[in-house]
Design a protein around this ligand. Structure first.
Ligand SMILES: Cc1cc2nc3c(=O)[nH]c(=O)nc-3n(C[C@H](O)[C@H](O)[C@H](O)COP(=O)(O)OP(=O)(O)OC[C@H]3O[C@@H](n4cnc5c(N)ncnc54)[C@H](O)[C@@H]3O)c2cc1C
Length: 503
């Protein structure tokens, strides 16, 4: 008993230390922007090279090795920037395709990095999948390498032609945003969902920013926010967001004491970036509309909700349902959306016992919204021509989901729909992310592993949050102990929030 007490005291002190270290680690970098710089290409150096290339959602990367004193490099810069403008930054014409970067070999810090890529003249350009650059190297004698030297990119036109040849595209230097005939509809390309985890991060981060901007953390909204963070800590498909949610959750009372003024809360919590310092990136990939004012955040939010629904355990299904209903009702600033959604929540007459039932409820609910909006959009002419609303999934995505279909009615095979949803929003959603090695690249792997499962909706998020904070200060063993203690407890908190759903 006394040993247990000692371990708990150690855990708590470690937690305090971990929390403060954690919160420092996610403080926004202040004033790191050079006001006079209009550059699109991302400056890399030996200390951020691997991290940036590992975490980018882009499929390919170009790395320019140059020296700032080299006159030819200075003259080349406008050419390189002309191409970078197409691919980098929030106003990119073709975002998420190619990450354009540069490394200044004249800086001492980069000497080894430039040596690893056998940089023999300036500028020297390389092409490859971003992950291949991570801890990578290049040698002219090497016969097989996925990193290639770009030998014909001395003008913007030549460089873009070279890129077009590699990826079979026909991008032009004059392409304008949202006049993009290359944008593929995600109906016909099931592989697109593999890129959606970046949009789920974007939506999470945007939702949090909106909550702060609209000063929505109040005494009466703390509970729904905390519950949502608890859900994210364990089930968010992105490890970055799980970690960030845990850090906010662990520090929540400190940041937002119940009697603090709204401005102070916003000021304190603003320092936290829920999915890390690089998110929001300012653009959408899977959820990108073909017009300026379509899709984006609300699409990302749906994908986040579906991805949570397929990750929960049976015992968490009712907690997840009330948490998502409360979150949308409290924090989704689209009035019509939250009212409609809330009515559909209230129409549920019995609690969920199975995760499958909740995932299917969310799918059905989303289809009801699609059905209603398809009529509205048709009448108003507001649909995105590339992404019209439809009953989902279409046959192209899941033929086996359909038992029968006529003009009046679809008879679904719900087992097949559930299998499809679990795979689509589960494994496939994170496949690209995983292959970019974003998962499992921090020391807390065991705790944050994708296979983390929970037996209790409240106990595990709290346990995981503690574990993450502890792991960050190398108290992994204690964290596991604490977490196992938490896991074995029974909590019934979720019942409280159900009152308004009349159970
Ligand atoms: C909770 C919520 C309620 C909303 N209510 C309204 C409303 O009342 N009025 C309004 O005008 N707008 C509403 N919206 C916004 C609207 O639903 C769309 O998000 C928006 O119009 C953008 O549509 P989209 O084409 O990107 O596809 P979205 O409907 O956002 O869907 C995103 C992606 O999810 C997938 N998907 C589509 N249907 C399903 C399904 N049934 N199950 C699983 N996955 C699916 C598809 O791949 C699709 O591309 C709501 C959004 C949310 C998150």
């Amino acid at each position: 008993m006394s040993r247990t007490l000692l371990v708990l005291i150690l855990c708590l002190s470690a937690l305090r230390l971990g929390a403060s270290l954690g919160s420092r680690s996610i403080l926004r970098a202040v004033a790191d922007k050079n006001g006079d710089s209009e550059d699109y290409a991302v400056d890399l150096n030996a200390s951020n090279f691997d991290a940036v290339l590992r975490d980018t959602p882009a499929t390919f990367a170009v790395v320019e090795f140059f020296a700032h004193w080299c006159p030819a490099c200075r003259n080349y810069k406008p050419h390189y920037e002309k191409v970078a403008r197409l691919f980098n930054g929030p106003n990119a014409v073709h975002p998420g395709k190619v990450l354009m970067t540069r490394v200044d070999c004249a800086l001492k810090i980069n000497t080894n990095l430039c040596d690893k890529f056998s940089v023999g003249h300036y500028p020297m350009l390389f092409w490859g999948p971003p992950s291949k650059f991570v801890s990578g190297s290049w040698d002219p004698k090497q016969e097989k390498s996925e990193i290639r030297n770009i030998d014909n990119g001395r003008t913007a036109e030549k460089l873009l032609n070279w890129i077009n040849e590699q990826i079979g595209s026909s991008f032009g230097l004059d392409d304008k945003k949202f006049e993009n005939e290359h944008l593929s509809s995600n109906i016909s390309d099931p592989g697109q969902i593999a890129r959606a985890v970046y949009d789920v991060e974007e939506a999470t981060s945007t939702a949090f920013d909106i909550i702060l901007e609209h000063k929505m953390i109040k005494p009466e909204t703390r509970a729904p926010l905390i519950k949502f963070l608890q859900l994210l800590v364990v089930h968010h498909p992105s490890m970055r967001c799980r970690k960030g949610s845990a850090e906010i959750l662990v520090n929540f009372d400190e940041l937002s004491p119940a009697n603090t003024k709204q401005e102070e809360v916003a000021g304190a919590v603003k320092n936290f970036q829920i999915c890390g310092k690089d998110v929001p990136r300012g653009y959408w990939i899977f959820c990108r509309g073909s017009k300026n004012d379509t899709r984006g955040f609300s699409c990302g939010l749906w994908v986040l909700l579906h991805s949570l629904s397929v990750r929960i355990e049976d015992g968490e299904s009712q907690f997840a349902f009330t948490t998502i209903c409360d979150f949308v009702h409290t924090f989704f600033v689209c009035e019509e959306c939250r009212q409609h959604f809330y009515e559909m929540c209230l129409s549920m007459s019995s609690p969920f016992n199975k995760a499958r039932d909740f995932a299917l409820w969310l799918w059905r609910t989303h289809n009801k919204v699609n059905e209603r909006l398809s009529k509205v959009e048709e009448t108003m002419g507001t649909a995105d021509p590339k992404f019209p609303k439809m009953i989902w999934p279409p046959m192209q995505l899941c033929a086996s989901c359909y038992r029968s279909r006529n003009s009046q009615k679809i008879e679904w095979d719900e087992d097949e729909v559930h299998t499809f949803l679990a795979n689509y929003y589960g494994k496939t959603l994170i496949s690209l992310y995983k292959s970019n090695s974003v998962l499992g690249n921090v020391g807390a792997k065991g705790i944050l592993d994708e296979s983390t499962t929970s037996t209790n909706a409240v106990a595990v998020p709290v346990g995981a949050a503690l574990a993450i904070a502890l792991a960050s200060c190398a108290f992994g063993v204690l964290a596991c102990y604490w977490r196992s203690q938490q896991k074995s407890r029974k909590y019934y908190h979720q019942r409280y929030s159900l009152k308004k759903y009349d159970y």
